[in-house]
Design a protein around this ligand. Structure first.
Ligand SMILES: [Zn+2]
Length: 425
């Protein structure tokens, strides 16, 4: 009996062990974002219940609280929990509450000889990717973090991170003997334009496509930048017999959430969803790859339904084609007559004469102008916001591939990490 049970356990383990592990983190992507995205991407009222990739892969939910008693985490503490399985303080990058260094699942994968990668739409030194690669007492130590992408090699002849794609040129300068230049001379293939992703042909690669974070998808002529990077990442990492661990962050869902900018957030969700679909297809085709998606926390206290009304409308959200910061800059110091024309360039629904007057009355005050615009667009769509910071609502969790069944139900973010680390072996 004991022998039989042991045999069963061994075969189950063998069946569950993925060759490759991909972790998607939607920064700030609480459940209101995945819900809103379902209605946002539906073609019509009739089609509004059709599945999104989040619905298809959803297996459970996750708590995100940090080490202290505040309950509301920041991205650094949450990413450290996801990367290492240990709760820490807000601002911590890969260190515990006593500021002692912690090894991440990326480091674990590398120590086992796997290829490793990080992809983000923020600078790659930002809290989430940083927590998988570096140790820093403060998330603001960007240069300290950048240096560790290169210097923290487990073996002198092997990079810690084989694939680095995102923003952050400012932290990897290419002048002689500066960090970027040293990495290229050491052996990294480098590209600084998304059009150049095809020219990346072998690991290790360093692709940095913006000085810091990318422009928002809604303001960008390349709104599918995360999908493009993930496509290249899967090609480069997936084309080898060596197993790989890849972390992908949709970094700016959170930034739009801080700005209480629903149209901005939905365009970020669109890019993140398409990137996740690429990984879903990769997992379905190959059968050897575990893909897990979750969020580090929710942002903005977003809710669907506001002001006592029993409705939420995606239509007005689709009709806004610029982020609130861009809209605000365009309207700043403009008279009412010019405002109508400017609004028409960026927003397909009409603002009432009263609304335009209200905007004109604060046109010289940037933050009041921003707030008025935000409230008008939120009111049109019946989107509610409780904060410009984060909130503590549990986040979605989903998985596909070998081992996906381990991610069912409610898990703490540290349990997601510990389970993933058990699968990297
Ligand atoms: Zn945030």
């Amino acid at each position: 009996m004991a022998f039989g049970a042991a045999m069963l356990a061994t075969s189950l383990q063998a069946a569950q062990a993925p060759k490759n592990v991909i972790l998607f983190i939607g920064d700030g992507m609480g459940p209101a974002y995945t819900t809103a995205f379902r209605y946002y991407q539906a073609d019509s009222q009739v089609d509004r219940v059709s599945d999104t990739v989040f619905d298809r892969l959803m297996t459970g939910s996750a708590s995100t609280f940090p080490h202290d008693d505040t309950v509301v985490t920041d991205s650094a503490a949450a990413a450290t929990a996801l990367a290492t399985g240990t709760k820490s303080y807000n601002g911590a990058v890969g260190v515990d509450a006593e500021k002692q260094p912690l090894d991440s699942m990326l480091v674990r994968a590398k120590s086992l000889g796997w290829h490793t990668g990080v992809i983000a739409t923020s600078q790659v030194t930002h809290a989430t990717p940083a927590s998988f690669v570096a140790h820093a007492h403060s998330r603001r130590d960007y240069q300290v973090i950048a240096e560790q992408f290169y210097s923290r090699r487990l073996k002198p002849d092997q990079p810690l991170v084989d694939l680095i794609l995102g923003g952050g040129q400012s932290y990897f300068p290419m002048e002689t003997d500066q960090l970027g230049d040293r990495m290229v001379r050491w052996g990294y293939q480098y590209q600084d334009k998304l059009e150049g992703l095809d020219k990346l042909t072998r690991l290790p690669v360093l692709g940095l496509f913006a000085p810091k974070g990318f422009p928002y998808a809604i303001d960008s002529d390349q709104p599918k930048r995360l999908s493009l990077m993930v496509e290249a990442g899967l090609r480069l990492l997936g084309g080898s017999d060596t197993p790989f661990f890849l972390m992908v962050e949709g970094s700016q869902i959170d930034w739009c959430g801080h700005g209480n900018d629903i149209a901005c957030a939905m365009r970020e969700m669109e890019d993140f969803a398409e990137a996740l679909e690429l990984a879903e297809r990769f997992a379905r085709d190959r059968g050897d790859t575990l893909v897990v998606f979750t969020a580090d926390h929710s942002t903005g206290g977003l809710t669907l339904g506001a002001a006592g009304e029993y409705r939420w409308e995606a239509g007005p959200v689709k009709q806004v084609t610029a982020s609130l910061p861009v809209l605000t800059q365009a309207l700043l110091n403009q008279p009412a007559e010019a405002m109508t024309t400017i609004l028409e360039q960026h927003v397909a629904f009409n603002f009432t004469p009263e609304e335009v007057q209200r905007l004109a009355s604060v046109s010289a005050e940037e933050s009041r102008l921003y707030t008025e615009l935000m409230e008008m667009i939120s009111a049109r769509s019946f989107s509610g916001w409780t904060t410009t910071g984060h909130d503590a609502i549990d986040v979605p969790l989903g998985a596909i591939g070998p081992g996906a069944e381990k991610f069912v139900g409610h898990l703490d973010n540290t349990e997601i990490s510990n389970t993933l680390q058990q699968m990297i072996r």
